[in-house]
Design a protein around this ligand. Structure first.
Ligand SMILES: NC(=O)c1ccc[n+]([C@@H]2O[C@H](COP(=O)([O-])OP(=O)(O)OC[C@H]3O[C@@H](n4cnc5c(N)ncnc54)[C@H](O)[C@@H]3O)[C@@H](O)[C@H]2O)c1
Length: 438
């Protein structure tokens, strides 16, 4: 990859999934980056060479850029702002009880940046925020900067996916930059110069909307496929065949048409509900997104019912659970379907032995002792009354079926990710339940 012709000094406020990956990647392409987090233990870990999250390839890239002197970590936002020309806000925007995005972290970081700045800064919002947040950020900066400095506020939403975050950042489908003047636009073009992707310049409000619109549309595709799966079950059709037939139409596309237990994670659930409230506040009733949410939560409920139907009584039964993370290749447990499933089964008195290759520690924080955390997929199966598959990890794709059958009390599998062919499973002697295969 080419180096930028004009490297910049960048600060990232928030060293989470987005800040850590984006900051590291921008260091890798040649900028000088300081990552700030007010979570002291996170920064301490990073300084000692430990990566606080699981993300394939990230550890090596962080180490390389630290060694080459382009990447540093600090808890001092003030120092980071002083030494950087461009400040990216990559803090969390979690959902509140009413569905709205909690913007207090964005507001807090903005105020701190304004108070610390002693020269012109470009403030780039990378967090996912409601449309018109940029206007509020600019007002806040003006209120709290005592020196009356010049600032530009830019929106640069992030589209990376956990599990393939580095690849997504380095080879994105597009780079979206919402910017109101040429001075900031030029700096943003220079920052992203080495990354070969369509560079879309819009106004700030449009950039903010692109992010919520994209995530909500993708969630809608998943819910559409899940609604179809329900129809397939009622009509003896097969969802794989239906979505394959649909997906070959280039106007529709194959991706995000997988039926199963629905979407989870830190983005889709919160972004869909935030978008509903954003639209409501603007005076538009985005009913289709309410239905997207309903279909999604129904899928989790339906999956639990499938488990209950297959086992008749769950009280006292031992269930082997493969996967806890909200999807494969991440340790992220935020809004993972496994939480709803485990909580219900535990409440009903089932004993759950769960195996996840990476999410054991994050899952423990959420599920505590509702689950026995085991160290291999085989260990989970021992004397279990059924196997329940919740996350589509690669290592679950080709198990030794003889071992699975021998370990289970009953050869029952309830698969929330449609990982296997029902006919094959039947041939192998399993009672196999999946989603939407007639
Ligand atoms: N996780 C994803 O896959 C993803 C993808 C695209 C966009 N986003 C968006 O990016 C944003 C960040 O998401 P994330 O998953 O990285 O969140 P995260 O919770 O993993 O990280 C946020 C970090 O910000 C830190 N922080 C909060 N306030 C701070 C402050 N004032 N000073 C210093 N540090 C502060 C927190 O300690 C935390 O480490 C969210 O708006 C999210 O919606 C996330």
């Amino acid at each position: 990859m080419n180096k930028p012709s004009n490297p910049h000094t960048l600060a990232f406020i928030g060293a989470g999934y987005v800040g850590l990956v984006s900051g590291t990647c921008l260091a890798e392409i040649g900028h000088t980056v300081v990552l700030v987090d007010n979570n002291e233990s996170k920064i301490e870990k990073l300084k000692n060479g430990h990566i606080p999250i699981y993300e394939p390839g990230l550890e090596d890239l962080v180490k390389k850029n630290v060694k080459e002197g382009r990447l540093t970590f600090t808890t001092s936002l003030k120092k980071a702002v002083e030494q950087s020309e461009v400040i990216f806000i990559a803090v969390n925007t979690p959902p509140m009880a009413n569905g709205k995005a909690d913007l207090s972290y964005v507001a807090g970081a903005t105020r701190e940046i304004a108070e610390a700045a002693t020269s012109y800064k470009v403030i780039v919002d990378k967090s996912t925020v409601p449309v018109k947040t940029g206007e509020r950020v600019l007002e806040t900066v003006k209120q709290y900067n005592k020196h009356g400095l010049d600032f530009d506020v830019v929106s640069n939403p992030e589209f990376l996916r956990e599990g393939s975050a580095i690849e997504d950042f380095m080879k994105p489908d597009r780079i979206v930059v919402g910017v109101e003047n040429e001075r900031a636009a030029k700096i943003m073009r220079e920052i992203y110069e080495p990354i070969k992707a369509p560079f879309i310049e819009t106004n700030v409000n449009s950039a903010e909307l692109i992010k919520h619109a994209s995530n909500s549309f993708l969630a809608m595709k998943i819910s559409f496929a899940n609604a179809l799966a329900r129809i397939c079950e009622l009509s003896n059709a097969n969802i794989d065949q239906v979505t394959y037939g649909m997906g070959l139409d280039s106007r529709i596309g194959k991706s995000f048409l997988n039926a199963g237990i629905g979407y989870g994670g830190s983005c889709f659930p919160k972004d869909v509900s935030a978008f509903i409230t954003i639209a409501e506040d603007l005076g538009y009733n985005f009913d289709v997104l309410k239905e997207v949410e309903k279909i999604n939560s129904d899928m989790r409920e339906l999956f639990i019912q499938k488990i209950e139907k297959a086992l008749w009584i769950t009280k006292g039964k031992k269930i082997a659970l493969w996967g806890l993370a909200f999807k494969a290749n991440t340790d992220d447990m935020r809004n993972a379907p496994s939480i709803t499933i485990v909580e219900k089964l535990h409440k009903d008195g089932a004993i759950i032995a769960a195996y996840d290759p990476e999410a054991k520690h994050t899952a423990k924080e959420v599920l505590g002792d509702k689950v026995q955390y085991v160290s291999s997929k085989e260990e989970a199966l021992k004397d279990a009354d059924a196997l329940v598959i919740v996350t589509e990890w690669d290592e679950f794709k080709n198990p030794d079926w003889e071992v699975v059958k021998k370990s289970l009390h009953n050869p029952i599998i309830i698969d929330g990710r449609n990982m296997f062919d029902p006919k094959e499973m039947e041939k192998l002697g399993f009672v196999y339940h999946s989603v939407g295969r007639g």
